[in-house]
Write a protein that binds this ligand. Sequence first.
Ligand code: NAI
Length: 397
Amino acid sequence: MIVAPKIRGFICTTAHPTGCAKHVAEQIAVVKSRGPIANGPKKVLVVGASTGYGLSSRIAAAFGSGAATMGVFFEKPGEPERCGTAGWYNSAAFETEAKAAGLYARSFNGDAFSDAMKATVIEAIKADLGQVDCVIYSLASPRRTHPKSGEVFKSVLKPIGSASYTNKNLNTGNGVVNEVTIEPANEDEIAQTVAVMGGEDWEMWIDALQSAGVLAEGVQTVAYSYIGPEVTWPIYKNGTIGRAKEDLERVQRVLDGKLASLKGKAWVSVNKALVTQASSAIPVVPLYISLLYKAMKAEGSHEDCIEQMDRLFRERLYNGNPQPDEAGRIRVDDWEMKPALQELVGKRWAEVNTENLAQLGDFEGYQTSFLRLFGFGLDGVDYNAEVDVSIGVPSLA
Ligand code: NAI
């Protein structure tokens, strides 16, 4: 098949296998160029391993630290005349590269929220690795079926409070800066969002792994969060998703207690705002990201998922100096949140409109990053060539 991007709103319904493989290869090259991560993890489980921060975590662990990795994700394989999802092709490429480098890699495609997936992964750890010394929790999902009650929860991205929220917004399809008004969430929507994106499932994973005896002494587990600047707070930090992230922090403290007997540690790492499949669905955030990219690229501090995750492993989790903030969180959003940079972005936020977006923001960079998530726009890939879209993930064959 010849594969071109087909964009519907904030998703792309096609993905390019060769382009995704190139995207993975470029990320591996970034990690390798920085040399080995001394004292890094050796046996790593990544839940949400196929795209965004989870994929980059898996790459940093494997190619920075020589780790054996298990990855869990929910992706669609391709068929002869129908594209699979980008995360499927990323995982196929990751495993191929890992194998070529002599690294163990095994993947699991299915619902990470289920008891069955947890049991399957635990059996695989017992059989292949014995124990894991690092568990990365990087799920982003719009819904969760609760494993005990069977109830289906749906997350919403809404403000909390009595008033509706209006702010600038970017139509990422055509570059028009308009306004969006979002009605506040009700109590049920808040609770459902916490049930999907909060910490309960992270705790269930760690409980299951710990009681099966497959967590090594000194294990570290990390879940990802975001805080961001005040312009995004009504929709993010103080909104429904922010409540879920507060719950993640609650669970981090609970897990710290549970892992004490193993001399283990649970972390919440606050990461930078980046274009991923999950973040492109959040109102307001893509406009902020466009302004942020422009300012960070200009000062030379821009990072993508791979640079963020490499820095997390190399300079926080495994160098004995995690530099937690007052709430005990790791902050790799430190460069994004530098006061002078935020002041500049805030000033531009007040000024930005459709006409000056190209000067004040990096809309082109936003779109390029978005397409790259699906394997489009990568150097050296012949997009006019026929490509097999039904390739498999080796360990799932
Ligand atoms: P993403 O959409 O790129 O990745 C989500 C991953 O979860 C994929 O591997 C997907 O297959 C997997 N997944 C979703 N539902 C699943 C299920 N039921 N079972 C198994 N796997 C499932 O998202 P992204 O942006 O990398 O987000 C990961 C975490 O990082 C989230 O907690 C997010 O809030 C956080 N974060 C994201 C930031 C951003 O700007 N993108 C900033 C800071 C934190």
